[in-house]
Design a protein around this ligand. Structure first.
Ligand code: FAD
Ligand code: SF4
Length: 507
């Protein structure tokens, strides 16, 4: 043989760099299911099923094209259970002239790859920003706000542009995308994909092995092939895109997906191409099938946020993983793993996460993330939770969202201010507060919404830091203008709640 081509579990794209120049007659593609990758975080079993099943389908599609695939299953007795071990074992058995791989998405794996024998590691070109684009844009300071990066990407790819100007005369329609969902609006079902024989094999393999992990494989319906992923995306275009914008920030009990695309998991595996999704959404606008606020909002998530987060991750790793600008030290309370809490919003989001390995952005940011921020939970533990519980979780996108956007642990690299909010925000954007044990209008007292006192305590704890941030001027001023008596009551209530959190007592 001449070349051993390594394809990782989240590199399942036909055009992935490692397969460029593939010689079907002489090359071998290596794909390996290894325990090291299934357990470096206690991943949701649905995520493990998704990755392994998608890998097996991808290998089958390669074989159907006549490609030789060395596929190592998780339960293969000779499996060394690490990627490096499998590359070395394959190299010893096949004696290739060289090894070719695509750069891993995560720092940890790329570091390991660099120790592989005689490996050529190619840039991953499956993103909208070409290699080097982000670092050049961020410049020597390694900084810059997402909004400006997003505009540069729109220009670069000529997406939603009329010449050099944005379609509709504005770059951003965010202000139109913050509506509360009226109770009368029917939420469409999302397309699900029944497990085929390959997935059923994987379900049996995973169900018995990862019982200590959060969640179960029951009800698995993620797309596991590129064709299914495209069908799932078409379903979004047809049934949800038009209303994606209006209710982008809304949350509703027992409605996990609302009008969101549910594409992050297959997208991060490589089953979908990000630029193609943006172009398809733009086509829907140009054909009159969806309004501009919806389409621009959707494109901003992919062409803007997703690319920006990846850029920031690679620019600031490995230091980023140690950032803790607010000195948050509290351990993650057990309720994150059980969903057992009287706070209805938290119970809902954690419960649906356990069930579907999914929560949409505002649920992750303004419920579980906001609580972790206000309660001063340690970023390492919060990171581990987000990495474990979502089907779409990979460190390159999870960490800047968690440590940066949700926890402000990076001190403002990703966001210009902490996304801190009291219960009023959650009440405005959801129906969670109706029927909650707590009263969202109260800040003190035994039945007062915990988010309220925790919010003010958070402002008070970090007053000296926030005083220097003009975007925090309002809450800082409000705290300063509060009567001493009120401030003391709030801090007492927060002190009680924080004690309960530390003791893992019911809250
Ligand atoms: P939609 O709302 O329909 O958006 C479309 C696509 O835009 C998403 O599929 C995703 O690819 C992209 N996108 C949207 N927002 C972001 C964002 N902030 N960063 C990057 N891409 C974005 N996304 C992940 O893919 N993996 C993660 O591990 C992850 N962890 C997160 C942790 C926290 C604390 C927060 C606040 C957000 C996180 N996100 C993560 C971003 C976002 O929540 C998910 O991408 C989104 O909820 C996926 O659902 P969807 O496909 O229905 O998205
Ligand atoms: Fe959450 Fe507070 Fe509303 Fe209860 S009252 S659902 S804890 S925001």
């Amino acid at each position: 043989m001449s070349v051993l081509r390594v394809v990782l579990g989240d590199q399942l794209s036909r055009d992935v760099a490692a397969l460029r120049g593939l010689d079907v007659a002489h090359d071998v593609v290596l794909m390996a299911e290894v325990m090291a990758e299934c357990t470096y975080a206690p991943h949701h079993p649905k995520k493990i099923v998704l990755v392994l099943s998608a890998m097996r389908h991808f290998a089958a599609a390669l074989r159907a094209r006549g490609v030789a695939v060395r596929y190592v299953r998780l339960d293969d007795p000779d499996n060394t259970q690490t990627l490096g071990g499998e590359v070395r074992r394959a190299a010893a058995a096949l004696r290739p002239a060289r090894v070719v791989a695509t750069a891993a998405g995560e720092w940890r794996v790329l570091e390991e790859m660099r120790s592989w024998p005689d490996a050529e590691i190619r840039d991953d070109e499956r993103f909208c920003a070409p290699p080097g684009f982000f670092a050049k844009w961020a410049g020597a300071k390694g900084a810059g706000r997402m909004e400006f990066f997003y505009r540069a990407m729109r220009r670069h790819h000529n997406v939603l542009m009329e010449g050099d100007a944005p379609v509709g005369g504005r770059w951003n329609f965010d202000v139109e995308n913050r509506k509360k969902l009226p109770a009368t609006v029917a939420v469409p079902e999302v397309a699900g994909f029944a497990p085929d024989a390959v997935t059923r094999d994987v379900l049996a393999l995973v169900a018995g092995r990862f019982v200590a992990h959060y969640g179960s494989v029951d009800g698995f319906d993620y797309p596991v092939t590129a064709a299914q992923a495209r069908a799932g995306f078409r379903d979004f275009l047809e049934t949800r895109l038009a209303r994606f914008g209006d209710w982008q920030d809304a949350m509703a009990a027992d409605a996990p997906y609302l009008f969101h695309a549910r594409v992050s998991a297959p997208l991060n595996l490589g089953l979908l191409n990000p630029l193609e999704l943006c172009r398809a959404a733009e086509a829907a606008y140009r054909e009159g099938a969806a309004p501009l606020n919806a389409v621009e909002g959707f494109i901003r998530q992919i062409l803007g946020w997703r690319e920006y987060m990846r850029g920031m991750y690679w620019l600031h790793m490995p230091d980023y993983a140690a950032k803790n600008a607010l000195g948050a030290q509290r351990g993650l309370p057990e309720l994150y793993w059980t969903g057992q809490t009287k706070m209805r919003c938290m119970a809902q989001v954690i419960g649906q996460t356990m069930r579907y390995a999914y929560a949409h952005h505002i649920q992750r940011l303004m419920v579980t993330g906001n609580f972790a921020l206000l309660a001063g939970l340690a970023p390492d533990e919060v990171d581990q939770w987000y990495l474990a519980v979502y089907a779409d979780a990979y460190e390159w996108v999870e960490m800047p969202n968690t440590r940066g956007m949700a926890l402000y642990a990076d001190g403002g690299i990703v966001g210009s201010k902490p996304y801190a909010a009291s219960g009023a925000y959650i009440n405005r954007m959801s129906d969670y507060c109706k029927g909650c044990y707590y009263d969202v209008r109260q800040a003190t007292g035994a039945r007062a919404c915990p988010f309220n006192a925790l919010y003010w305590d958070f402002i008070a704890r970090h007053l000296t830091l926030f005083e220097h941030n003009p975007r925090m001027a309002m809450p800082v001023r409000a705290w300063r203008n509060m009567t001493r008596e009120k401030a003391e009551q709030l801090r007492q209530r927060a002190g009680f709640l924080l004690h309960q959190i530390e003791q893992d007592a019911e809250i």
